[in-house]
Design a protein around this ligand. Sequence first.
Ligand SMILES: [Zn+2]
Length: 87
Amino acid sequence: MPPNPCPRTTDELHHHVRARISQGRLPRAVPDVEMRVRAATGASCCVCDCPIDEYVEQELSDPRTHESLRFHTVCLFVWQVESVRLP
Ligand SMILES: [Zn+2]
């Protein structure tokens, strides 16, 4: 696991991601989506709402709306895990 840059604990992040996916506020991860890793811009993370102040941000397009979704590395990891785990 990469270091967690945001104040939420990993357990809180898992809970938070599950809630957002079930509310439709986050899509589910799809296996063949194209990820872009780029220099962080300080934008808010779509999982935890904290600014992305690591060196890099992980970006992909929402498969539903094609809007950009930006993640901390750890938040992306949690999102991918929960996308598979949810019924
Ligand atoms: Zn985050």
